[in-house]
Design a protein. Sequence first.
Length: 305
Amino acid sequence: MINTHDVKDVGHQIEKNIDPTETHIVPKLPAPIRLQEYGVGIFKLVSTKSAIKKALKKRFITVNDIIATTATFIHGGESIQLFILEDVPAKRKLAFPLNVVFEDEYLAVIRKPAGILVSGNSFKTIANALAQNIRQSTLADATTPQPVHRLDYATTGALLVGKTSSSIRALNSLFEDKKITKIYFAVTIGDMDEQGEITSKIDGKKSLSNYRVLQSVPSKKFGTLNLVELTPHTGRRHQLRKHLSGKGNPILGDQNYGIENLILHGKGLYLHAYSLQFVHPFTKEEIYLKDDLPQRFKKLFNFLN
């Protein structure tokens, strides 16, 4: 969408006769931050981290009139300008209703249903549906609401969303610093110890998940089904699914990591992001938000009803 032929490089500067598409003045910052991290949400036309990175690589962002790169740091007080010279067509609006668990001026938590991507190149994503479901923030750095973490296509549950540029950055930092506690529930197959931890590496990287079995019931088809509480301490891709499968207790309905003759078809994946707990980065309140288990979980375990 960005026309490289219209932006001419003169030394290390963009020609003065080209007007910026968007301009942002950086407020006072507590510490320097890399531009590709700070830039998330400050521009409407390139609002995501990947879009910012692409714009930087194509040399369409300046800081104090100097072309910025992925190595540029922001200290506070700078003028950041974005140059996009061709018309960008308005985005189609996705009419997809979402249940909002919590919302304030900074952030929101929504209930992600199964069968939809959180973000990506598809039109039907949670990211594209947020603007129609969440109130626009009235704060000065309000931006298009954005998910700040991911849940798998088939996973349901609580999804955290940032509504301002500063809150998106702050929530990303909380995740990176492991200051957000996430609890999941899953239905697993086979006999399990009452509790334990799984430390097997994922893609060669250290990974840690804790589990606790809340109830086990007999099943004619699967032998035993367990309702398991899960706490991931690292954030590897498909971590819980891979950890449980590697232990010999795959999640019910897991098409990718299940045992071939024990895969449940047509009912979805029995993995639910149940709760999020963290200190609100702006109000400093202790936040605990949960999304109750879907009905299909409750049908399997009597004590949930």
